[in-house]
Each structure stands twice: as structure tokens, then as C-alpha cells.
Design a protein around this ligand. Structure first.
Ligand code: NDP
Length: 240
């Protein structure tokens, strides 16, 4: 069945692939970005997927943005909380701003976006929410106390909301990608990246499609018995 989906951070990287995959599964998709207008415009031109600019770290912006998407496309059935950032530093050098920017964007955004859609999903008795965490939220990483804490928080949020929402036909799951070829990973120094790839048993970085296909599966009507789960998509790099 064709549903209405929002993908945050849906114009670049993993979110772009997720938006395309959901569209290819027949859904009407809205892709949210924050500030890279050029990337968003070319994404919209190439794909015909409408783009919306707002900051998911602010509740008021999410309320306004979600209301606009609902006016344009209809009530939201699928939400993919994918937008995320890094501001890496060892804790003894990390600034309060680096801490807060990451927590606001990666974790507050889940409250903000879910708060905007959950009531409608409950009333309609249907919803699919997929939250994007990270391998580094599962195992920790040097220089990423802020990022790892935010991404570990995604798991707890997911489980709590899954429990609250299960009786209402809403599923909530976490996908935790390993290192994938996107702008975020291209920022990692080449030597460090070489070492990372050497530690991935499948011998390569992930592709955005590796993550997107799983998200589309979790977002489909038939996935109603899968909830509160965490899916690692990391080429075998880390197994809990
Ligand atoms: P990119 O940096 O390639 O893209 C990030 C996207 O998020 C962009 O569309 C960006 O918008 C948007 N965004 C960032 N901040 C905000 C905000 N405050 N409000 C709205 N949109 C925002 O990221 P990736 O594709 O690499 O990562 C996607 C997700 O996957 C993140 O949550 C990341 O933590 C996670 N992840 C990624 C991994 C990887 O290897 N790439 C590994 C594990 C997890 P704009 O274009 O305007 O900047």
C-alpha cells in the first residue's frame, strides 16, 4: 500500500538512498534537509521527491515542517529519523557546543519528530518509525563521547516508544549502520579509513543501498511483528 513517508536528512548520503528506496516501494516521500540547498535542489530535480528545509533539533521547526508535509502529501505513516552529525573531539578537549550540537541533532530530533507524528499514528492505528543509530553507539569510539552517547540513546528511545506504541499498530526499530560511503565518512582521514576497511570482514565500506533496503523492509505493511529491535548493518565489523 502506498504510504506517506518523511526521511530526515533525506537529500544526501544514507537518507538519500532511503528516500529513493521508499519511493521505489511506492510511497510518497518528503526529504528533509537543513542547509545544503544546492544538494537538496539537485536531489529534487533528479528524483522528483519534494524537499523541505528545517532544523530537526528544534521542536517548533519540526511542528511547522511536519504540518506543511501533511498539507502537501497527507498524514504521515512512515518516519525515518536519519539526520545526524559528528563533532569529534577527545572528551578532555570537547567543548560544550560540540556536545550539545550532537545531542540536539542526533537525539533531541527523535523526540521532536516522533512527538509531531505519534498522536496521528495512534489515532489511525498505523505507523512505521525507523531510527538510525550507529555502530559507534553500540561499541563506543575514541573521540566520539558525544556521538556515541547520542546514538546509544537512540536504542533506548526506540525500545520505550516501541513498547508504548505496539498496541496501536505502530512499530519502532533501530538500524545501526557501520561505516558507509557518504560525506560523513569521506571526512575521515584516508589512512584512518584504510584501517577501518581492513577491520570489516566483508572487505569494503557499506553502500547507502545496504542500509536503505533494510529500512524499506521495516517500513512496509507486512513488518508489523518487528518492533523494538536493533539491526546491525556493518559488514560483520562488530557483533554484539
Ligand atoms: P550526511 O552527512 O551525508 O548527510 C546528513 C543529512 O542530514 C543531510 O541531508 C543534512 O542536511 C541532514 N541534517 C543534518 N543535520 C540536520 C538538522 N539539524 N536538521 C535537518 N537535517 C539535518 O550523513 P550520512 O548519510 O553519512 O549519515 C546519515 C545518518 O546515518 C546519520 O544519523 C549518521 O549518524 C548515521 N550513520 C552514518 C554512518 C556512515 O558511515 N555514513 C555510519 C553510522 C551511522 P544538509 O544536506 O542540509 O546538511
Amino acid at each position: 500500500m502506498s504510504r506517506v513517508a518523511i526521511v530526515t536528512g533525506g537529500t544526501r548520503g544514507l537518507g538519500r538512498a532511503i528516500a529513493l528506496s521508499l519511493r521505489d516501494h511506492g510511497h510518497r516521500v518528503a526529504a528533509v534537509y537543513r542547509g545544503h540547498r544546492e544538494a537538496a535542489d539537485s536531489f529534487q530535480q533528479e528524483t522528483d521527491i519534494p524537499v523541505y528545509a528545517w532544523d530537526v533539533s528544534t521542536l517548533a521547526a519540526c511542528e511547522k515542517g511536519v504540518a506543511q508535509v501533511e498539507r502537501d502529501l497527507g498524514a504521515i505513516d512512515i518516519l525515518v529519523n536519519n539526520a545526524g552529525i559528528t563533532r569529534d573531539a577527545m572528551l578532555h578537549r570537547m567543548t560544550e557546543q560540540q556536545w550539545q550540537e550532537v545531542m540536539h541533532t542526533n537525539l533531541d530530533s527523535l523526540f521532536n519528530m516522533c512527538r509531531c507524528v505519534i498522536q496521528g499514528m495512534r489515532e489511525r492505528g498505523y505507523g512505521r518509525i525507523v531510527n538510525i543509530s550507529s555502530i559507534n553507539g553500540r561499541k563506543g569510539q575514541v573521540g566520539q563521547c558525544n556521538y556515541a552517547a547520542s546514538k546509544a540513546g537512540v536504542l533506548g528511545f526506540t525500545r520505550a516508544l516501541a513498547l508504548e506504541s505496539a498496541p496501536k499498530g505502530i512499530t519502532v526499530n533501530t538500524v545501526a549502520p557501520g561505516y558507509c560511503e557518504t560525506g560523513m565518512v569521506q571526512a575521515v582521514p584516508a589512512e584512518v579509513l584504510k584501517g577501518i576497511v581492513a577491520g570489516i570482514p566483508v572487505g569494503r565500506l557499506g553502500q547507502p543501498q545496504d542500509v536503505a533496503q533494510l529500512v524499506s523492509l521495516l517500513a512496509c505493511d507486512q513488518a508489523g511483528f518487528i518492533t523494538g529491535a536493533t539491526f546491525d548493518v556493518n559488514g560483520g565489523q562488530w557483533m554484539p
